[in-house]
Ligand binder design. Structure first.
Ligand code: ATP
Length: 284
């Protein structure tokens, strides 16, 4: 038996870091949504008690460091599943990009294995399992649009009637999420984006207000470390995106574009700056 699951990329429409908690995690407020750029997981049951990960992408770990492997291990241990699984990851989401590719693969593995092994685990419980694997995994389990608080695991669904294009551009640099959080200083934040106002703008379907309220407090840190990311954001806006922001801790910058007629110009213009550019729709 074979099961397929799509694992879409996430973007942060707003991201605020409130403070560092005694447990070392940061208390955050994030509005997250998904875009139609997705990895595809093919899961096949194996008679032996083993987990095998393969991928066409040569640059991700295929052992227990892979988040899809960790998801399979967790489900097998927790629900005492004796059979094994071969998960093939068809990677489309750029790796270490701020698009939660690994987290979305883990979430897709949880959903898919729940079906493959007929476990009937309720969504809420799948999200709790996801929280053990990473802060973005619970959101990726359900997808859609949500306000995430705590360390990212407390989720409130946001109704999202928006429909627009999203242009993603990833410069060829590596950004360490740990370094960005390590260099972040709450006292130096000039402007905190408002989660409440972003949620209101989305629920009202007010595209203009969403573009105005885009904000990510990690942007200042990454932009200082990598001026290329700042240049990319400027180019995105100069070429005509209605709003632009860095996603997560970067380095991917996304632009929101309402009019389809503008998409080709922005896409082609950005290709002059970097190789990895995608024009996709917002998933609602
Ligand atoms: P986030 O936005 O959640 O910080 P990201 O998009 O920046 O995530 P990922 O693409 O998830 O980053 O990759 C981060 C690291 O995780 C990679 O360097 C890779 O070694 C490791 N990793 C583990 N599992 C996977 C996976 N299934 N796909 C991609 N990377 C993975």
């Amino acid at each position: 038996m074979k099961i397929y699951e799509k694992a879409p990329a996430k973007i942060n429409l707003m991201l605020d870091v409130l403070h560092k908690r005694p447990d070392g995690f940061h208390e955050v407020e994030m509005v997250m949504t998904m875009v139609d750029l997705a990895d595809r997981l093919e899961m096949s049951e194996l008679p032996r008690d083993t987990i095998i990960i393969t991928s066409q992408a040569g640059y991700i770990p295929l052992d227990e460091k892979n988040l899809a492997f960790q998801a399979a291990r967790l489900i097998k241990d927790r629900y005492d599943v004796r059979s094994g699984v071969h998960i093939h990851l068809d990677k489309k989401i750029p790796v270490a990009a701020g698009l939660a590719g690994g987290s979305s693969d883990a979430a897709a593995a949880l959903r898919g294995l729940n079906r493959l092994w007929n476990l009937n685990i309720p969504m809420q419980e799948l999200q709790e399992l996801g929280a053990e694997l990473g802060s973005d995994v619970p959101f990726c389990v359900t997808g859609g649009t949500a306000l995430a608080t705590g360390r990212g695991e407390k989720l409130a669904k946001v109704d999202n009637p928006l429909s627009c294009w999203v242009i993603l551009a990833k410069p060829p640099i590596n950004v360490s999420t740990a370094e960005v959080y390590g260099k972040f200083r709450a006292a130096e934040v000039k402007r905190h984006p408002s989660a409440e106002q972003m949620v209101k703008a989305i629920e009202a379907g007010d595209f203009g207000a969403v573009c105005e309220r885009l904000g990510n407090v990690l942007e200042d840190v990454t932009l200082k470390l990598h001026p290329q990311v700042a240049q990319l954001k400027e180019a995105m806006l100069r070429l005509g995106a209605d709003g632009a922001l860095m996603s997560g801790s970067g380095p991917t910058v996304f632009g929101l574009v309402y009019k389809e007629s503008k998409v080709a110009r922005i896409y082609n213009g950005l290709r002059g700056f970097c190789r990895e550019v995608y024009a996709v729709r917002l998933l609602t």
